[in-house]
Design a protein around this ligand. Structure first.
Ligand SMILES: [Ca+2]
Length: 326
């Protein structure tokens, strides 16, 4: 039995790895990709998703729906200082690489309504599309089997500000709508401490990926290159992979070694702590609304990604640019 899901993404760097996992893992049944404003310019994100589909030999096989081009209330904020263009400078011929006419929010509503309670959503960007879907049609929250969210920190540090993790910081109002919407099963994959503890690939691990020598391993190293430089400049010893871990948590729950029930709320009023995720661990009289992942088997996660990158794909369209000679 494969696991059907929609991936909601602001495609840059590890979002690309998450798409690869959704395309190539034997457990995965990726029904659609919905795009949301986040990491880099919206149209660039669409191209990054198409580059990824091409690298996996799957361009044109999974529908790509364009969703919300800005957060609900606040102006868009980019992470281009971290990710560059999000692809490490890759390019290809995009002529005729189509996207769907249906809006991403409508695709989320339609696809989950077609098979109520069977489709999961993995949201690895700001939660604008998911919040909009819940507001537009409240039956959405019952139609989603499980919602995996990459975002926030477990009462820990942020990355774009001291308190704010990027996805929740960019659209804190959307995040708060989602946590209050009544989804039956929310899983949160936080930035800190989980990602920093268990989902950082060291230079040694990256060298092992380079040694695989497949188009996908070259693609991985290209898209992750700018982020490696940024991460090392801020004291993180490698590349960070919370988005692909979020797909991993859905497809391979055995990766999770510790999780807890929390009430999660997101700060929308403050400028100092915009997007901060207050995660109550059960002693404050608040009803839990999410399962928060606290630890995963880091080596098993790395082995899973490495195994996927060893898949010998035939690119849909030739790639050019970046650090390798394609
Ligand atoms: Ca992302």
């Amino acid at each position: 039995m494969t696991i059907p899901f929609i991936l909601d993404t602001d495609t840059a760097q590890d979002d690309c790895v998450a798409i690869i996992a959704g395309l190539l893992d034997a457990e995965a049944d990726l029904r659609a990709i919905t795009m949301v404003a986040g990491n880099v310019g919206f149209d660039r994100q669409v191209r990054n998703a198409q580059l990824t589909l091409s690298a996996a030999g799957r361009l044109g096989t999974v529908p790509v729906h364009l969703g919300c081009r800005r957060p609900l209330v606040l102006p868009w904020v980019s992470a281009e200082n971290v990710h560059g263009d999000g692809s490490g400078g890759l390019d290809m011929d995009f002529d005729g690489a189509v996207t769907e006419a249906e809006h991403g929010v409508d695709a989320l509503l339609r696809l989950t309504a077609e098979t109520p309670g069977e489709l999961s959503v993995v949201a690895i960007g700001p939660l604008t599309n998911v919040a909009m879907a819940a507001v537009k049609d409240p039956t959405f929250v019952d139609n989603v089997k499980s919602l995996v969210i990459m975002g926030g920190s477990n009462n820990g540090r942020g990355n774009i500000t001291p308190a704010g993790e990027f996805n929740f910081y960019v659209d804190p109002h959307a995040a708060q709508v989602v946590f209050e919407a009544g989804f039956r099963d929310i899983t949160v994959v936080p930035w800190a401490p989980l990602t920093l503890n268990d989902a950082v690939f060291s230079r040694d691990q990256l060298a092992a990926i380079e040694a695989i020598g497949t188009p996908l391993s070259r693609f991985f190293l290209t898209v992750c290159g700018p982020t490696l430089e940024f991460d090392e400049s801020v004291g993180i010893p490698g590349t960070t992979h919370p988005d692909s871990l979020s797909v991993g948590v859905l497809l391979h729950p055995e990766l999770v070694t510790r999780a807890g029930r929390y009430h999660v709320a997101v700060e929308t009023g403050s400028t100092l702590t915009r997007g901060y995720s207050a995660m109550s661990w059960g002693v404050h009289g608040l009803e839990p609304n999410a399962r928060v992942i606290e630890a995963v088997d880091g080596p098993a996660f790395h082995d899973w990604i490495t195994g996927l990158l060893a898949t010998d794909t035939e690119v849909s369209r030739p790639l050019r640019g970046g650090r390798f000679d394609w």
